[in-house]
Design a protein around this ligand. Structure first.
Ligand SMILES: Nc1ncnc2c1ncn2[C@@H]1O[C@H](COP(=O)(O)OP(=O)(O)OP(=O)(O)O)[C@@H](O)[C@H]1O
Ligand SMILES: [Mg+2]
Length: 280
C-alpha cells in the first residue's frame, strides 16, 4: 500500500453562515513530500488546512490519516492533532503566552519530555527561526514578521509528522524567507511531510514536489511543478502566473538559444548554469 499520510475523499465544508468553502475535494499526499497549495484569495486553502488537522470537521466526505479514516471522537482527534501541526495564517490567533520563551516551551512541556529535552528543543527552534534574541519579549509586542517566526517555532518544536504552514513567508523579509525555506528542507530531510500555502509562485515552483491548485472550493489540478506551471489555461483560470525561471527557460528554448534539457531548471542557479553553457 502506498504510504499516503493524508487523504481526503470528496470532502466538503460549509461554514455556519452557509459559505460553501470546500465543494468536494479528493486528494492524496505521500509521506515525506513537500507540497504547495496555490489558489487565489478565498479559494479554500486555509479551510482545507483546518480540516486536515481536525480543527474543522468536514460537512461531508472523509479525511484519512495514514490510510485510516479519522473518527471525530476524542482519541482520534488527539492523535491527529499530535501528529499534524499547523502554523496559522494569522500568528495573532496562535500566540497567547507572556513571553516568546514561554510560548515556544508550552507545547513540549505538555509532551511529558525530560526537562533537558524541552530546553534543547526550545533552544533549537528559537535559533532555527531567528528569534532567540526575542525570548523575553511578550509576543504581542513583536513585529508581524517576528510573530510569524515565533508561530513557526511554536510548531517546529513539537516535531509533528506533518507540518502545515499557511502562508509562512507572507510578510517576512527576504533574508528570513530564505532562512525559513531552508529550514523546511531540513525538517523534510527528517521524513516530515511539509505542506504549505503560498501566493509566491517562484517559491512554490522551486521548492515543491507536488502542487495542488484550488479555486472556488475545488481542487482544479494536482501535479508536478512543471506540469502545473506549463498549463497556460490553468494559470489563467486560477489567477496564477508562470514563474520567471520557467518562463525564461521556455523562451530561451523556443528561440533556439539553448537546447531543451531533460531536467527543467527549478531555480535561478539552475538557469544560470544553462546560460553559461551557451556557446559564444
Ligand atoms: N469563519 C468563517 N465563516 C464564514 N465564512 C468563512 C470563514 N472563514 C472563511 N470563510 C469563507 O470561506 C471561503 C474560503 O476561505 P479561506 O480562508 O479558506 O480561503 P483562502 O484560500 O485561505 O484565502 P487567502 O488566500 O485569502 O488566505 C471564503 O469565501 C471565505 O470568505
Ligand atoms: Mg488563507
Amino acid at each position: 500500500m502506498t504510504p499516503y499520510i493524508l487523504e481526503t475523499q470528496d470532502l466538503e465544508f460549509k461554514y455556519d453562515d452557509g459559505t460553501f468553502a470546500l465543494k468536494g475535494i479528493s486528494l492524496k499526499i505521500e509521506k515525506g513530500k513537500k507540497v504547495a497549495v496555490l489558489g487565489s484569495n478565498g479559494a479554500g486553502k486555509s479551510t482545507l488546512f483546518l480540516n486536515f488537522n481536525g480543527i474543522l470537521k468536514p460537512t461531508k466526505g472523509k479525511l484519512l490519516f495514514k490510510n485510516k479514516e479519522v473518527k471525530y471522537n476524542h482519541a482520534s482527534l488527539f492523535e491527529l492533532r499530535k501528529s499534524i501541526g499547523i502554523v496559522f495564517q494569522d500568528p495573532e490567533t496562535q500566540l497567547f503566552s507572556s513571553s516568546v520563551y514561554q510560548e515556544v516551551s508550552f507545547g513540549p512541556m505538555n509532551l511529558k519530555l525530560s526537562k533537558n529535552e524541552v530546553i534543547e528543543r526550545v533552544e533549537k527552534a528559537l535559533q532555527d527561526t531567528g528569534v532567540s534574541h526575542l525570548r523575553k519579549k511578550p509576543p504581542h509586542f513583536l513585529s508581524y514578521g517576528q510573530k510569524k517566526r515565533v508561530s513557526i517555532a511554536d510548531i517546529l518544536v513539537m516535531e509533528p509528522e506533518v507540518i502545515i504552514f499557511d502562508e509562512p513567508t507572507a510578510c517576512l523579509d527576504p533574508k528570513h524567507t530564505l532562512q525559513i525555506m531552508k529550514l523546511f528542507d531540513t525538517v523534510r530531510q527528517k521524513g516530515t511531510t511539509v505542506i504549505m500555502s503560498t501566493h509566491d509562485v517562484e517559491t512554490a515552483y522551486s521548492w515543491a514536489e507536488q502542487i495542488l491548485v484550488m479555486k472556488d472550493g475545488l481542487l482544479v489540478k494536482e501535479g508536478a511543478p512543471e506540469d502545473i506551471f506549463r498549463d497556460e489555461e490553468l494559470l489563467n483560470n486560477a489567477d496564477l502566473v508562470k514563474p520567471f525561471v520557467l518562463e525564461t527557460y521556455d523562451e530561451l528554448v523556443k528561440t533556439g538559444i539553448i537546447n531543451s534539457e531533460t531536467i527543467t531548471p527549478r531555480n535561478k542557479n539552475d538557469l544560470f548554469a544553462l546560460i553559461q553553457k551557451i556557446e559564444k
